[in-house]
Write a protein that binds this ligand. Sequence first.
Ligand code: MF3
Ligand code: CO
Length: 254
Amino acid sequence: MIEYKSPAQIEAIGVAGALVRRTLNAVREAAGPGVRLKELDDLAQRVIADGGGVSAYIGYHPVWAPSPYPRVLCVSVNDVIVHAIPDRSRLRPGDLVSVDLALLVDGWCADAAISFTIGEPSAADRRLMDATEAALAAGIAAARPGGRLGDISAAIGKVIRASGFGLLADHGGHGIGTSMHQEPHVANEGRARRGLKLSPGLVIAIEPMLQAGGRDDYQHCKDGWGIRTADGSRAAHFEHTIAITASGVRILTA
Ligand code: MF3
Ligand code: CO
């Protein structure tokens, strides 16, 4: 069932979204050579608590996972695409880092992700991150009241396929609201003018995940949480939570 939100509830998700953005900005600022991934998680925990937020990740235990998720961030480095548990390893110059964060404020959840490099990006990493952000922007631009969910998926997929990079098979965005993962699933590829009608009150997270090697397949990390590219190439991930309103689309994690 799809949970349609009132304008006031969309505002409430925007409050959570602002804290998501503040936290991601703090993490990006703090990320540098020698910094441990776990230290970034500790920092995020403080920012979230100071902002009156509650992690949507800690204790999250989907059926496919071996254990409840133990941290507030996913920090996925280089060939790890998503869902990596921040550990004691240290960032190094040139690392391509994706940070994903969902939290609740007053019972309403927002979800966003960013990718960046430690130091100046290589030309190849710049292209990969730019293509991922362009795919996200295209998905958001295609989200119009009266349109269809397939318009969003098709727009994302078109940018990804034109780039020559791969996507992450079996993974995409999702409805979000009183919980992190709701209907509908938002595929990163699809057919325009198909699927759910985009009506005011629909709130979704859009999240293209791109693989530099051009493949879509993936492998699981040993811990059962992280997902890495099958070919060892690098990956990028950008995500926003957006709302369909009567007057258009609103980005709630900007
Ligand atoms: N934000 C991620 C997504 O929407 C969810 C990660 S859940 C975690 O796919 F608990 F594993 F972190
Ligand atoms: Co998400």
